[in-house]
Design a protein around this ligand. Structure first.
Ligand code: FES
Length: 218
């Protein structure tokens, strides 16, 4: 239990007063009198505060009210005064710590998306196959066969092939589907994003799928 002395101005509630004085009070409901988490015990100066509100009567027992318990967000000062208040440990905010580092075991890299660089044979007057078939042939030489390709990727293919001088990087998902084609050799840049959803925090990791390292985290 932490005992503090604070000066309150008229019209201010105890939650604001304590926060201004540097005491972080838990307020899950944002000070609307719903969560009952901002309990404090007023040891002196109770006569300077408003009478218990409906929310306080609903949240606190008669015994607690008689012992000086108040909801800090509801107890408002009716005149400037100095109060002595006990803050129970459960009403004090605890600074959350995000675990941002840890032991990284050595793992073999098996990303679901791989980038493969290929040189595609350009068409000639005697070789008039489609762009897709040309790309498939180049990939077959790297042991990738019967790959699916999405409409958007297929639509972009002619421009990328010509823009890259028929040297392109193909992103392949699970060895089964072409999910992207880029001009030139882009095999050194392949990233994935992992999201860790916890009970109180969400962490995101940008993972370099070529080097097997976390490039950035938020
Ligand atoms: S902050 Fe929720 S009841 Fe006071």
């Amino acid at each position: 239990m932490r005992r503090v002395r604070v000066n309150v101005s008229e019209g201010e509630n105890l939650l604001e007063t304590l926060r201004t004085a540097g005491y972080g009070i838990v307020s899950m409901c944002g000070g609307r009198g719903l969560c009952g988490k901002c309990r404090v015990i007023v040891r002196s100066g109770m006569s300077s505060l408003t009478a218990p509100s409906e929310a306080e009567n609903a949240s606190l027992t008669e015994e607690e009210l008689n012992s000086g318990y108040r909801l800090a967000c509801q107890a408002r000062s009716i005149k400037p005064s100095t109060l002595e208040v006990d803050i129970p440990p459960e009403s004090l905010e605890v600074k959350m710590k995000l675990l941002a580092s840890g032991l990284t075991p050595t793992l073999s890299l098996k990303p679901t998306v791989r980038k493969i660089f290929v040189e595609v044979k350009p068409p000639t007057i005697r070789d008039v196959e489609s762009d897709l078939r040309r790309l498939e042939r180049a990939l077959e030489s790297k042991r990738f066969r019967r790959l699916r390709i999405g409409y958007e990727t297929l639509k972009a293919l002619p421009e990328v092939l010509r823009g890259g001088g028929w040297r392109v990087t193909v992103s392949i998902f699970k060895g089964r589907e072409i999910v992207g084609v880029e001009a030139g050799d882009r095999t050194g840049e392949c990233y994935g994003f992992a999201v860790d959803i916890g009970t109180t925090k969400i962490a995101g990791y940008l993972v370099d799928l070529v080097r097997g390292e976390v490039a950035e985290s938020v």
